[in-house]
Design a protein around this ligand. Structure first.
Ligand code: FAD
Ligand code: SF4
Length: 513
């Protein structure tokens, strides 16, 4: 019999967790488990499963080294039942704890489980808030209350003030402006190369996990090897320092740039480490702020980076908890087409899409603009089902957890929430992709052409998207210019473009685009 059973989930790998702060090394047990139900609830990338299990096992080892009693259930343990429900029940029977302690789960699905456990187990549950997030659910609800529009910019300013980040002595934004995004849209330079990324050595724990994933998930999407991920806090901190010292300086300028064979450019690659708890959002923001004060990175880069973490990351979590569970059903534009095969195999003549899917398959990563303006933009203008697109994003990236993935996909990329998150749909033609990348140079299509054999499919699909969704979108102020252009178009020309879009969509359905 023990006093307290602490249940730690796979994205709670932080020594700062409140329930861990309350754990007693003598009288408590910490439970962690790898369950097949979690590993299979989406089509997870092999690297994602390996990263999470390896990070969990290292975290359990660290806790054990600190003197905690840890019960770690491996995926292939003979008695592993495969679900959180059963593993908790088994641990209760084994230890007969007086109390179950946990930190609130990040995802709605797991929160429903916790509510259910409280009903069926006649034990006290002690549930701690997740203080790693910088805005609590209650705080976000209060902020959102009475607001007609939930715009990131205003939320972000509040967060800057609350956490006193990049403020001067009078609490005004350093440099005089809150947001330097306008400076962060440079096109890539020819021959541009970003510094080589760190590859962490694999120890016996990681090697064992890699063998396990190879054996148990052979058919899952993505390449398991090479595996470069950090799997401990110390290694993740090396990644963070490398980013701050070597890459942050250019982060802002080339934030929106895309290059083939340069999947990372100047992006931090920190999302997966922050999302599982190896790094904490506030410490990363402070590291970036210090780099600015030491004159090691310009304001546009530092502000832009901090906005992503202090602003966007907290904001999407707020939206998720505000709108769940209905959020997953959102389909404002009534988009219904099935996700094409090429999202899984990369086999499409559209170079930009094949390149981004290829990078995704290799690294379980693609950067924000690739997610938003290539795979997301295409899904939007081709009218793909938000649910299917959401399930794809939830599986293929190492950083994908529903609380952050769903608002980004359903809200930002697909406008399926009708504008809760984004003030307009991020729909763009091939000309945008040509300006911000070198993809079009290797493509059989031409971003300047809209109709005919060589026409870039994005172009006709873009106009078709505006035309088809006119009823829902025409009153959006930020689309006034786009709709004015659509109306200016001569009828025969428009008909030709719309016919081309139908051809593109037919080819898409036949997997021939
Ligand atoms: C359709 C779509 C799906 C996405 N799915 C996920 C997801 O499953 N998990 C995830 O963490 N991010 C997701 N994002 C947001 C963003 O693309 C990733 O956080 C980012 O690409 C991660 O790479 P990075 O660490 O190199 O980020 P950087 O470009 O270096 O940005 C720094 C950090 O800011 C945070 N951040 C940046 N943008 C966002 C954002 N829009 N929302 C939340 N946090 C942000 C991340 O923690 C990131 O590590 C998605 C975006 C889109 C458009
Ligand atoms: S031409 Fe069109 S399809 Fe080809 S890479 Fe450029 S944007 Fe993509």
């Amino acid at each position: 019999m023990i006093e307290n059973l602490h249940f730690i989930f796979g994205d709670q790998l932080s020594h700062s967790l409140l329930n861990l702060q309350h754990a007693d090394k003598e009288n408590d047990v910490i439970l962690m488990c790898e369950v097949s139900q979690e590993a299979n609830y989406a089509e997870h990338h092999k690297k994602k499963i390996a990263f999470i299990f390896a990070a969990m096992r290292h975290f359990a080892q660290e806790l054990g080294d600190q003197g905690f009693k840890v019960d770690y259930v491996k995926l292939d343990d003979a008695k592993n039942s495969g679900s959180f429900d059963e593993e908790l029940k088994r641990a209760i029977e084994k230890y007969q704890p007086q109390k179950i302690s946990l930190t609130e789960p990040s995802e709605y699905r797991v929160w429903q489980k916790v509510l259910h456990w409280q009903k069926i187990h006649k034990i006290t549950f002690e549930i701690f808030p997740d203080t790693r997030f910088l805005c609590s659910q209650v705080e976000f609800r209060n902020w959102a209350k009475d607001k007609k529009q939930l715009r990131l910019e205003f939320f972000y300013r509040e967060m800057r003030k609350k956490h006193k980040i990049l403020l001067d002595a009078t609490n005004k934004p350093i440099g005089g402006k809150w947001n330097y995004d306008i400076e962060n849209r440079k096109a890539p330079k020819t021959g541009m190369k970003s510094p080589t990324r760190i590859s962490h050595k694999k120890d016996a724990i990681t090697s064992e996990v890699l063998d396990l994933v190879a054996e148990k998930f052979p058919k899952n999407f993505g390449d398991l090897l090479p595996f470069h991920f950090a799997v401990t806090r110390d290694q993740a901190m090396i990644e963070a320092k490398h980013f701050i010292d070597e890459l942050l300086i250019n982060f802002g300028d080339y934030q929106d740039a895309m290059l083939s064979n340069e999947p990372y450019l100047y992006h931090s690659l920190l999302s997966c480490y922050i999302n599982v708890g190896l790094l904490e959002p506030l410490e990363i923001c402070k590291m970036a702020e210090r780099a600015y004060h030491k004159g090691r990175a310009p304001l546009n880069a530092v502000e832009g980076f901090i906005r992503q973490i202090l602003g966007w990351r907290e904001y999407v979590r707020g939206i998720y908890w505000l709108r769940m569970p209905q959020y997953l059903e959102s389909n404002f534009l009534n988009a219904k087409k099935d996700l094409p095969e090429f999202y899984w195999n990369g086999e499409t003549q559209m170079f930009c899409l094949s390149e981004v899917v290829k990078q995704t398959k290799q690294h379980a990563y693609s950067h924000h603009i690739q997610r938003l303006m290539i795979t997301g933009n295409f899904a939007l203008i081709a009218g793909l089902s938000p649910k299917q697109v959401h399930e794809w994003y939830l599986g293929v990236y190492a950083d994908a957890f529903e609380w952050v993935e769903a608002p980004n996909t359903i809200g930002m990329a697909l406008y399926a929430d009708g504008g809760v998150m984004a003030s307009k749909p991020y729909a763009a033609s091939g000309k945008y992709i040509s300006r911000m990348s070198n993809f079009c140079k290797s493509c059989r299509f031409d971003p300047e052409i809209t109709v005919g054999e060589k026409a870039c499919p994005f172009n006709a699909l873009y106009w078709n998207f505006l035309q088809e969704n006119e009823a829902q979108l025409k009153n959006n102020q930020r689309l006034t210019f786009a709709y004015a252009n659509l109306r200016k178009m001569e009828k025969p020309k428009l008909q030709e473009i719309l016919a081309q879009a139908q051809k593109n969509l037919e080819k898409l359905t036949a997997n021939k685009l």
